[in-house]
Each structure stands twice: as structure tokens, then as C-alpha cells.
Design a protein around this ligand. Sequence first.
Ligand code: FES
Length: 127
Amino acid sequence: MEYSELVIEHFQNPRNVGVIEDADGTGKMGSPVCGDLMEIYIKVDNNHIADIKFRTFGCGAAIASGSMASEMIKGQTLAEAEALTDEDVAKALGGLPEKKMHCSNLAASTLHNAIEDYRNTHDEDKR
Ligand code: FES
């Protein structure tokens, strides 16, 4: 399977790349499959993802996955963002080759890690 036009487009023009210095939650993950890294920064307002940035030291599919995932969850509630799966990201990109599914998993896992970080540092019940 070759890359879809959407994967190529997001790889060439990735959305929401960068760092949020005063992020409310930060996720950092390494893929157990290939060792590539991703970081995701979120700002949360009234239980919604108000802003998101990502950066990755990963492949083109990881860049496209981070870009697509960030577009998909911006403005969503934390619960909606937490429900995002690697398959959701891959599907939104028009599919990924089987051996590249871990790249979309890296994006979803790092996002979940950022939300967990937000909950651990902001949720009164968890402090
Ligand atoms: Fe590992 Fe894409 S090859 S993140």
C-alpha cells in the first residue's frame, strides 16, 4: 500500500507543529517499534482542547499522523480527545500501510499521555 494523498499533503504541510511554552499538559512518547519520538503540548479551557502543538523526530507517517490527530481533536472535549484511537487517525488519513500503523499509534498515545499529564497536574481529585 502506498501513502494516500492526504498523508503526503499532511507530511508536506503539517498543521500545529511547534511547542506551547506554557502548556497545561505535555506528552512525550517513544515508539516501542522504531524508537521514534513525539511530543504533544495542549492548552485546556473549560474542559476542551483549546490549542495543541506537536513535534516529532519521526518518519513522514508520524508527521502526518501528528498533524491529522491535532486537527481532529482541537476544540474537542478531553473525553472526546481521549477516545481518539490510532485507527481513527489512520482512517482520517485515508489509511496507512500496515507496517506504518505504529506511527498513528505514536500520535494517539502521545496525545493520551498529554491529557493524562493535564489531569495529573490540574484535576483536583488526582492531587
Ligand atoms: Fe516509527 Fe513512523 S517508522 S514512527
